[in-house]
Write a protein that binds this ligand. Sequence first.
Ligand code: COA
Length: 282
Amino acid sequence: MSSKTAYVQPVADSLSVFKEGIFNGKVLFCTGGGSGICKAMTEAVMRHGANSVIVGRNLERLTAAAQELSKATGKICLPAQADVRKPDQLKSAVAKTIEQFGRIDFVICGAAGNFLTPISGLSENGFRTVIEIDALGTYHTIKATIPYVRESKGSYIHVHVSAAKAAVDATSAVLAVEEGPHGVRSNVIAPGPIGGTEGMDRLGPKGTSVSSMFLGMPVGRLGDVKDIANTTVFLFSDAASFITGQVLVVDGGNEHLRTTQLPYPASVLDPESVKSLIKPRL
Ligand code: COA
């Protein structure tokens, strides 16, 4: 992956399974919406009628993405600069959303920080940074938006990563229980390997053989941002009105590869013992 523009992927042609206009009059608030998977999620929701506010640290990137999304969907997308680690900045982004649109129906807590390093190379500040972005950032986003989401009886979706995954899952589950009576649903989308994203570029296997490494996946391909975008539209739609507090794994069956393999890595198995366990077919 050599160019940042390679991360920009239109999702339009994959959405015909959903009815047009199901999100007319709705408003999406998406942290991390300036690029990658969250940008595709935003586009998908906008193509079904919603206006949106995308939130991130880099105003230049956000502004370009917002213009692109508005043009592509015919709806309004506004950029709002905020670091999810800074509650006051998030509050300002929410205030801007309310000032412009008067409501928030859907929230995607998508802003994430991640990098690959063994624990020997991980400083206390490095660990804290990821927790602050993923876990605390999700908390700050929920705190800032919940009064408005309650009013409109909308939904949360959290994209979670790395060490903060368990915290985000637990936060979402409790939110689902607490806010259910107020008409708010909360679900987590857990994406598997998604091709052409910054995350895959930075965290996935290096080199040209990325696709081939995943040919062994049950569906025989890497994920696409469209897969996550379609899931987002489904979860925000009324079709999912009885689904809350769930972690929806969207990974082409990847997680089950582990459970359907031999119980120990091949490197620690004695080949002769394994052979003796395999009964010849009669
Ligand atoms: N390996 C080890 N430590 C790392 C690291 C790496 N690859 N990258 C950052 N760190 C450490 C830094 O050394 C620093 O710790 P220190 O002060 O003890 O040296 C700490 O993490 C904070 O780094 P900094 O660059 O100051 O933080 P930031 O707020 O500017 O950036 C990150 C946040 C680190 C998460 C950065 O990777 C980022 O912004 N990523 C973009 C978004 C992203 O990751 N998206 C997810 C795609 S899946």
